[in-house]
Design a protein around this ligand. Structure first.
Ligand code: SAH
Length: 446
């Protein structure tokens, strides 16, 4: 769970001494580590990725936060996600589907009810963005398999995953007993190269590089903790207008980090284009906002896919229904670290702006968005208590039962993940005026 670290992260960012503007703004400097012999702060050693970033900044100058995040997370050679399994108690963080099977099972039931509501299409596909360990998809499939009328319509499970290491973990989870040699490379005229592995129940699991390559089929789309991993730009409002915060190398003795944030004195392409939206007109001098055009693009393409073929989707993440400015955080082995610390060795993520996602889907007129509702509301509406009771009956030991109750609390308690995690739904609703289950009380936007 990445949220737990949120409050700490914000505090740490605010006290960071890596901000060039920190002294002007009156922030306190973070405690410094000193080399005992020289009383100089000890710089972190440069990993190959950090060295590459450092060298290129020396030649071309500071880079956007979006460029930094993409390099740190999905650089094919040394990006954070490229190393494979980063989840769980042994990894860097834990997510909802990893906490309890109930999460994925109830999500599966949500898609089932949508399939009914939208006329029981005879051919469907499941699409997941950033499937992590594959746990969520596995739990969804198991829940859906109990409803053969719907299950037999599934033509394929399409996974959009950047990390080859995580693709392997997903294969092992979704096709138990499979080997890497069971994965076939399919040449498809529409999609190019697709990696495919078939399950024993006949469903094909396919891996794609991007949304552009997905088959044109009625879709059930899931994006869980995906949008928060997409790159953001950061802007600060000044008396002269929005200015972009860039990442520069830091060879001063002020901190141990090799990089720092600087405010670009002039406009950048991004500050000129991305901030010119009504969503950002009420911010004041000194305010910061984080904007993720990569997320806007993916959301627009998801809406276009369900516009062309029919379908529904869920985007589940922590965030708010407006843009925030200081949410970028880095987590390494369950601890908050500085976002500039040893890039590539820690997860980087930022809160999702659900209003921006809804606006990205808006121009697609056949698609309505619903919510966001809180994760607690979503899971309660789908009957998480009833599911918990059934699981408790089957619990073999008292410890196991207590574990189940604890996991349930983590998922729905507003103090834990129940409130800050939000669920946004979207659907091609053209022939149906009903609202998706769990979203009855939240206004829809067309
Ligand atoms: N949904 C999972 C994992 C969340 S972590 C869960 O909740 O447990 C983010 C996931 O998105 C990882 O699988 C990561 O490899 C993938 N990812 C990150 N950036 C990506 C990108 N640009 N394209 C495709 N996948 C990406």
């Amino acid at each position: 769970m990445r949220l737990h670290y949120f409050a700490v992260a914000r505090r740490q960012l605010l006290t960071s001494s890596t901000l060039r503007l920190a002294s002007q703004a009156g922030f306190k400097a973070a405690p410094r580590r000193f080399n005992s012999s020289t009383t100089e702060p000890l710089k972190e050693s440069l990993s190959p990725l950090a060295k590459h970033l450092h060298d290129s900044m020396k030649i071309t100058g500071p880079i956007t936060m979006a460029h930094y995040m993409r390099q740190v997370l999905v650089n094919p050679l040394s990006g954070y996600y490229m190393k494979g399994d980063v989840f769980g108690t042994e990894g860097d963080f834990v997510t909802s589907p990893e906490i309890s099977q109930m999460f994925g099972e109830l999500a599966g039931i949500w898609y089932l009810t949508e399939w009914h509501r939208l006329g029981k299409p005879s051919k469907t596909q499941l699409v997941e963005f950033g499937p992590g360990r594959g746990t969520l998809m596995d739990d969804m499939l198991r829940a859906m398999a109990r409803f053969p009328e719907m299950y037999k319509t599934i033509q394929g499970v399409q996974l959009v995953e950047a990390s080859p290491g995580l693709r392997k973990v997903q294969r092992a989870k979704l096709i138990p007993g499979s080997q890497e040699s069971d994965v076939k490379l399919i040449e498809d005229s529409q999609s190019g190269h697709v990696q495919q592995c078939i399950r024993s129940d006949g469903i094909a699991i396919n891996w794609y590089d991007g949304i552009e390559d997905l088959p044109e089929v009625w879709s059930m789309i899931m994006a869980h903790e995906f949008f928060d991993a997409l790159a953001i730009h950061t802007f600060e409002k000044t008396d002269e207008g929005w200015r972009e915060m860039l990442v520069d190398f830091d060879d001063t003795n002020e901190t141990e980090y090799n990089f720092r944030l600087v405010r670009c004195p002039q406009e950048t392409n991004a500050s000129k284009t991305l901030t010119q939206n009504d969503m950002f007109k009420d911010y004041k001098t000194g305010d910061r906002i984080e904007i993720s055009p990569d997320s806007w693009e993916v959301m627009r393409k998801m809406a276009e896919l369900v516009d062309r073929n029919g379908g529904v989707g869920l985007a589940i993440d922590y965030g708010q229904d407006y843009a925030q400015g200081h949410t970028l955080r880095a987590i390494r082995q369950h601890k908050i670290v500085h976002p500039m610390s040893d890039p590539g060795s820690a997860d980087l993520s930022a809160d999702v702006d659900f209003l921006a996602l809804k606006n990205a889907a808006k121009p697609v007129s056949s698609v309505s968005t619903y919510g966001p509702v809180t994760q607690g509301q979503f899971l309660h509406s789908l009957g998480i208590e009833t599911r918990l009771k059934v699981l408790l009956k089957g619990a073999k030991t008292r410890e196991r039962a207590l574990d189940m109750i604890k996991s349930y609390e983590r998922l729905v308690n507003p103090e834990e993940m129940g409130q800050i995690y939000k669920v946004l739904a979207f659907a091609n609703n053209e022939d149906n005026s009903n609202v998706p289950v769990a979203f009855e009380t939240s206004p829809s936007k067309q």
